[in-house]
Design a protein around this ligand. Structure first.
Ligand SMILES: C[S@@+](CC[C@H](N)C(=O)[O-])C[C@H]1O[C@@H](n2cnc3c(N)ncnc32)[C@H](O)[C@@H]1O
Length: 281
């Protein structure tokens, strides 16, 4: 039997070449070792069984093969809530919180109709529902795997008012008769080019769903449709808010036609233009 501290240190050494090695070693440790962080700190000499050690080191080894920590522990934090995730569903990224932040700034607190297009694990829709307390939110996705996990997250958070629907972009909204009725259409769409996908980190390429990230040869295939078809589903004065990728800002400005006004793009904490907002005229 070794002390918990020794075992955690061993994990840190094994993961030393990862960018956030210390944090990841701790995340995997507390998820696998059946030991609370509180006990670890209050009883510095606490020992773990060899089975606990084996379980942790097995996770560390999988991490070293490129499997993302979030898939190993089965969850990821976003907007201060923990979301279930699993292979086949995109792991929420911290920069996407900017999309939630921007939307909250524009909400009036009335009975708004909000659409989260391409909901993934449901992180954007659920964050907004939590903030609003009450809202009519439609969360769509073309992936049934994503909708299944989003359903689990909605149930775990115990949030009413979110309707999950399968379908290609605006198709489900048409079916629901939401033409010209939406106040907000929000999306973190796929926007990576096929070429960039080939050059992405191995951990992403081998484990995260390509269809959640790649939008054709140019990376603009989905964004173009979001803009071109979006005005038909928004009320006058309604907002389209969506995320873009590195280096895409200039091309996206050029996609907006005369049905849009008050167009702006906000940068993320790294100074990268990240979230477009446009108001329907
Ligand atoms: C970049 S992920 C975003 C997931 C989640 N909203 C987030 O921000 O973490 C894009 C999501 O859009 C979905 N998607 C891709 N193409 C779609 C389409 N044509 N119609 C609806 N959803 C689509 C993918 O399945 C994926 O869940």
């Amino acid at each position: 039997m070794k002390s918990a501290q020794e075992i955690l240190e061993k994990g840190k050494v094994l993961l030393k070449d990862l960018p956030n090695s210390s944090l990841e070693a701790k995340l995997l440790f507390f998820a696998s070792a059946s030991l609370s962080e509180e006990k670890f700190h209050s009883e510095p000499g606490v020992h773990l069984s060899s089975a606990q050690e084996k379980k942790y080191l097995c996770m560390v080894k999988k991490r070293l093969t490129g499997v993302p920590s979030a898939y190993l522990i089965g969850s990821k934090e976003f907007w201060s809530l923990s979301y279930k995730v699993r292979p086949g569903v995109l792991i929420p990224r911290p920069e996407t919180e900017l999309l939630v932040e921007k939307t909250i700034e524009l909400l009036t607190g009335g009975e708004e109709i909000i659409v989260d297009m391409g909901t993934g694990c449901g992180n954007i829709a659920i964050s907004l529902a939590k903030e609003l307390g009450r809202a009519e939110i439609y969360a769509t996705d073309i992936s049934n795997k994503a909708l299944d996990i989003a359903r689990t997250n909605v149930l775990l958070q115990g949030i009413p008012g979110i309707t999950l629907i399968w379908g290609d972009l605006y198709m489900p909204l048409r079916k629901l008769g939401l033409d010209r009725r939406c106040d907000f259409i929000i999306s973190n769409p796929p926007y990576v080019t096929r070429e960039d996908w080939e050059n992405l980190d191995r951990g992403i390429r081998e484990h995260e769903p390509e269809e959640a990230l790649v939008a054709g040869e140019t990376g603009f295939e989905v964004i173009e449709k979001l803009i071109n078809e979006g005005a038909a589903f928004l009320k006058t004065g309604g907002y389209l808010i969506f995320e873009i990728g590195f280096g895409q800002e200039k091309s996206v400005w050029a996609l907006f036609g005369k049905e849009w006004e008050n167009i702006s793009c906000r940068s993320d904490l790294a100074g990268i233009p990240r979230v477009f907002t446009a108001r329907k005229r």
